[in-house]
Design a binder for this molecule. Structure first.
Ligand code: UD1
Ligand code: CA
Length: 482
């Protein structure tokens, strides 16, 4: 049942079990806790990604609450992972026991992680497994000394300073509750130690659950070595139990991502207001200005400037492009192009190199050729625009006739007058021009000038005659007398 295809690189003696069966009551949410998202992935998605970096021989995820939703999300993120169903027996001990039953014949080390602790990075976990192996321990706990241990299991040590057991907060007496060394909820166990002790764990505790933490005490009594790795950076142990912790853990993850890109050569002026998903990529010498979100699979090429106040979702930005105060999803922005301020780019907007999408412009499902410009106050949808085109201010494509969407095709080097409506389907031939205010209902041949507005007629003296005594009439008379 091994899942790791890169068996050459895999650690054959390592299995990872991720616990994700709990409900997460304190989230007060229809969405299962481990599927809440930070930094572009679900909580359990982050844990799966980190687990994959360790290249274990086996990865298993235990599910129960909203089983199908969680299992589907896990399968989407990590298809090779084995999903294990927890039964009606509650507790982290039962979850691991059922996962272990799928690891028949495996005699290596089992790293147990929680689906709600997304900040434990691969470096920390690799060192953790290495420490367990170096100490030749049966059980190694990750622990941290914190200012406020509320809610965590406490690590109880004997007179020699060795770990003797873990006591859950709800089962702790006053002296135990005062201990500030907490169980981070991440462990390495020798598989045989789990096989020996898990069946012996009962539910005689405040929560009537099978506690995984009881393995530590049982192993100790059996004379097995129980070690503890005390982490210095306590943030790697932070879990999400409520929405306040969700945002705090999200902020810490983002701070890490921002710092990573800064050290890779990206200027990020204000880390506190810049949000970058772990799935986005930025090249050196990109500049990110305050209030900017760079999300999902967005990639930004060298020298581009993004922001301030810009959201990019699944976008591709070319070298030296400038994107200012813009909201864009699934858009491609060419090299040295400029976008904004105040532009709205909807899916399948493709702006060519050196092109321009200006102020108060909305674009959807449209390709704009190299050097072409839609500078002001426009809506362009379902359109193909050639190279060297300039659309005057207020260009509108009427792409929807109530029944279906239709395309507009604008040839190379077309210049349209201000305030044009292109009633699709319609084609403007190469090099054509259109007059101000034109409503283009018929195709325009290449090189033609299209006019659709009736010639202007001036009715002389109309104001003086019909608006006697107004400021307008006085002004008109004064100018006529000059
Ligand atoms: C657990 C530890 C506690 C530790 C803390 C660290 C136990 C008994 N206690 O407490 O010592 O300080 O983590 O964060 O383990 N889960 C299952 N099946 C279950 C119950 C939980 O898969 O039956 C999963 C949850 O989805 C979650 C993880 O296990 O991902 C931890 O469960 P949770 O209920 O949050 O445990 P804590 O009370 O935080
Ligand atoms: Ca928890």
């Amino acid at each position: 049942m091994s899942e790791n295809t890169e068996s050459g690189r895999a650690d054959a003696d390592l299995a990872i079990i991720i616990l994700a069966a709990g409900q997460g009551t304190r989230m007060k949410s229809r969405t299962p806790k481990v599927l809440h998202r930070i930094g572009g992935r679900s909580l359990v998605g982050h844990v799966l990604a980190t687990a994959a970096e360790l290249v274990p021989a086996h990865t298993l995820v235990v599910v129960r609450h909203e089983r199908d939703l969680v299992a589907q999300s896990v399968a989407d993120d990590a298809p090779h992972v084995v999903v294990v169903d927890q039964d009606e027996v509650p507790g982290t001990g039962r979850a691991v026991e059922l996962a272990l039953a799928q690891l028949d014949g495996f005699s290596g080390d089992v790293l147990v992680l929680s689906g709600d602790c997304p900040l434990a990075d691969a470096g920390t976990l690799t060192a953790f497994v290495a420490a367990h192996r170096a100490a030749d321990a049966a059980v190694t706990l990750m622990t941290a000394v914190v200012a406020d241990p509320t809610g965590y299991g406490r690590v109880i040590r004997d007179a020699d300073g060795d770990v003797s057991r873990i006591v859950e907060q709800k089962d702790a007496n006053d002296a135990e509750a005062a201990v500030r060394e907490i169980n981070a909820g991440m462990y390495v166990f020798r598989a045989d130690s789990l096989r020996t002790h898990l069946p012996a764990i009962g539910i005689d505790n405040a929560q009537a659950e099978k506690y995984l933490t009881d393995v530590a005490g049982l192993a100790r009594v059996a004379g097995d070595r129980v070690a503890a790795s005390v982490v210095e950076d306590v943030t790697v142990t932070y879990g999400v139990n409520d929405r306040a912790q969700l945002s705090e853990v999200g902020r810490l993850l983002n701070a890490r991502t921002v710092r990573k890109w800064q050290l890779a050569g990206v200027t990020i002026m204000d880390p506190a207001t810049t949000w970058i998903d772990v799935t986005a990529t930025l090249a050196p010498d990109v500049t990110v200005l305050p209030g900017t979100q760079i999300l999902r699979a967005t990639s930004i090429a060298e020298g581009a400037t993004i922001g301030p106040d810009t959201s990019l979702v699944d976008c591709e930005v070319g070298e030296n492009a400038i994107v200012t105060r813009t909201d864009a999803t699934l858009a491609v922005i060419g090299a040295s192009a400029t976008v904004g301020p105040f532009a709205y780019l909807r899916p399948n907007t493709i702006l060519g190199a050196k092109g321009k999408i200006g102020t108060f412009v909305e674009i959807k499902n449209t390709t704009i050729g190299e050097g072409s410009k839609v500078p002001h106050l426009s809506y362009i949808g379902d359109t193909t625009i050639g190279v060297g085109v300039n659309l005057g201010a207020g260009a509108i494509t009427a792409n929807y006739d109530d029944i279906a969407k239709h395309r507009t095709e604008i040839g190379d080097h077309v210049h349209s007058g201000s305030h044009n409506v292109f009633v699709a389907p319609v084609r403007i031939g190469a090099g054509a021009k259109t007059g101000a205010g034109a409503v283009i209902r018929k195709d325009v041949p290449a090189g033609a000038l299209a006019l659709s507005v009736a010639p202007q007629r001036n009715v002389e003296g109309w104001v003086e005659k019909n608006r006697e005594g107004t400021a307008a009439a006085d002004a008109a008379r004064a100018q006529a007398d000059e």
